[in-house]
Design a protein around this ligand. Sequence first.
Ligand code: MLT
Length: 385
Amino acid sequence: MRTAACLNRIAPYLFAQIDAKRDALVEQGVDVISLGIGDPDMPTPDHIVEAMREAVRKSENHQYPDYAGSLAYRTACAQWMESRFGVTLDPKTEVLALIGSKEGIFHLHTAFVDPGDYVLAPSIGYPVYSGGATLMNAQTYYMPMREESGFLADFEHVPDEVLSKAKIMFIGYPNNPTGAVATDEYFDRAIAFCLKHDLLLAHDNAYSEIGFDGYRAPSILERPHAMECCIEFFSLSKAYNMTGWRIGFAAGNAKAVSALGTVKNNLDSGQFTAVQDAAIQALSGSQQCIDDMRAIYERRRDLVVDALCAIGVECKKPKATIYVWAKVPEGYTSESFATKVLEEAHVIVTPGSGYGPDGEGYIRISLTTPDERLLEAAKRIKEIG
Ligand code: MLT
């Protein structure tokens, strides 16, 4: 049996590796605190679960779903985009249901990238941007992302020989893992750059709803000319505690949405319509649950940053996302510090290097763990100091 060569070029998924380490320790009876994956510990709000209960009973939902998503779901997505960002979309041509935004981001490569092409990805970013390129036998060019530039990916110095073979440029703000946010001016420059170089601009907006201190993230589709070159990815996972439900959507340029739809209708048969019905309830029902959740994450953010600063770990309070991005102490790499923290404090943190080259020297801490476990984790990290 011979597997595809691209499998030799890709590492196991970052969080699959971390899960394996956690499981091995848990099997030995160790009390592991996981601050690794961003998987909300709070339940999906009741009104969404109730909508699912009803939807599951409907026999019409037991048949194949619509490939692009039910028109009712796509309409709810478009209405949410209008009320949240003032962006007007045609649900039939500019919105596509996804089985989670990870799935859509991966398959965008299938729709746009041929072997040997380039994908421009932030040098610190969601691993699927580059993983999708590798599995399509394409190449990733990492755009530098430095703390002194606010972790805004620098697309202005991409070499011409790369640009001539590039098809997609990925960015994502609020940013996973750094928590950085983008300005309108940055988005406008990115749009102008992609229009000039005939690139699809893929904006990952999975954390749009988790902003702190009054910050509310925009959609890139609000910006002038965005609809000419942008596709934006939204996820219900973090906003509505629905990671396990696998539901999101893509919105934006009709040609890009249609290309992604063609890939998807050839390889999947859509998300269970009952899940889409529950997602309609999430998007169109009361949004109080998001305010409540934001307040919890904001409190946890303060608690973790204060605790880490008190023990000499350098980090700043992010304006958004469910992550704290911290510098590793002198003398460690991301990996060696994450390993020490796991082996000696039994706390899982994600090594920054797992997000790309400029992630070296950092760790990411997820806030998706109850306050007392977060404090216990900080205490354990202090003890191994
Ligand atoms: C994260 O922790 O970065 C994401 O939740 C992981 C994922 O989406 O696979």
